[in-house]
Write a protein that binds this ligand. Structure first.
Ligand code: SF4
Length: 313
């Protein structure tokens, strides 16, 4: 849930440096020394130089040879290298497109559209960049079969992972239900304690209100969540309880409040004044596909699982 985004700027520079080293090798087919690279790239740090050389050696683009008492770098195959140079440019374009997408990532279709490359080329480049650990593929909760690509060191945005309520792109309905129950139980206990004070009804009502911070602290200390839940996560759960008619919320002025500065949200458990009628609880009332529901259609009352659940309840 952390929104901190840490990007290493190094990879784009490394790709630039690699291209330049290959160009130097092409200009001097007999090979180049470290001294030539240092002279041509004075701003390149020793560590960057070593990284580039190692990558060029490991990807088979250059050879390391001994000439007298000097080590020289030579292109393995000039033709292959010129192809590689073109490939590097394409790789860099794809890398930049992915970098611009930041931690929201980008789909392969959009990479193709923006880079004007063929699908096979994009696939090859993505595999290459993934093997170099410059980028990674992340499954998006927005579409289970689609992956988005982002820089390797980025933490995916909540819109991609789904946040605390998703695990491996699956909605954790049981976890949400447990949180729901625990929050409600905690607030019911608070209300019971307030009733036991036997003060006047107004004082009891006020005493049963609990700040968001206390509810968040209680849930955090229960240790039922594998991920660190934020106050906003708990607020989402409390909102669902409000919609279910089980809680009410009020906002009071306070220093260092949970919401907007100077305001704090308080919650209390309530008993609904009027029980909802059977017709109100019927799923069709809030069904998003109500207009498309008819016998023989893609959705119908006969095949609807929500209708079945309602009839069975
Ligand atoms: S029967 Fe099911 S699908 Fe049809 S409107 Fe009702 S809830 Fe929606």
């Amino acid at each position: 849930m952390a929104s901190a985004v840490a990007v290493k700027e190094e990879p784009a520079e490394i790709l630039d440096l690699e291209i330049r080293i290959i160009e130097l090798c092409q200009e001097q087919p007999d090979g180049i020394t470290d001294a030539i690279i240092m002279k041509d790239l004075p701003l390149c740090s020793p560590q960057q130089r070593v990284t580039c050389i190692n990558r060029l050696l490991s990807t088979g683009k250059i050879d390391l040879l001994r000439s007298g008492n000097k080590l020289i770098y030579k292109l393995k195959d000039p033709d292959a290298a010129s192809q590689a140079k073109g490939g590097d440019h394409q790789e860099k374009v794809v890398y930049q497109i992915i970098k611009e997408a930041n931690n929201k990532g980008i789909w392969i279709r959009d990479i193709r559209y923006k880079s004007n490359l063929l699908l096979t080329q994009v696939n090859k480049i993505l595999k290459n960049l993934e093997s170099k650990k410059l980028i990674k593929a992340v499954k998006s909760v927005a579409a289970s079969k689609k992956k988005v690509y982002m820089l390797y060191d980025l933490e995916p945005a909540q819109s991609v992972t789904g946040g605390a309520w998703y695990s491996d792109q699956d909605f954790e309905s049981e976890f949400v239900e447990v949180l729901n129950q625990q929050c409600f139980k905690f607030l019911e206990q608070k209300a019971a304690i307030a009733r036991d004070t036997k003060t006047d009804p107004m004082a009891q009502r006020n005493a049963s209100f609990t700040p968001l911070y206390d509810i968040w602290k209680f849930i955090s200390e229960l240790g039922i969540s594998k991920v660190q839940l934020t106050k906003e996560d708990i607020e989402t759960i409390l909102n669902t309880l409000i919609f279910d008619g089980k809680l009410e919320c009020t906002t009071v002025a306070s220093a260092g409040g949970s919401g907007d500065s100077g305001r704090s949200k308080l919650y209390r458990a309530i008993n609904p004044l009027v029980e909802t009628t059977g017709l109100m609880r019927m799923p069709c009332g809030s069904c998003p596909v109500f207009d498309k529901c008819y016998e023989g259609g893609a959705v119908s009352p006969t095949t609807c699982i929500y209708m079945k659940e309602w009839l069975d309840s």
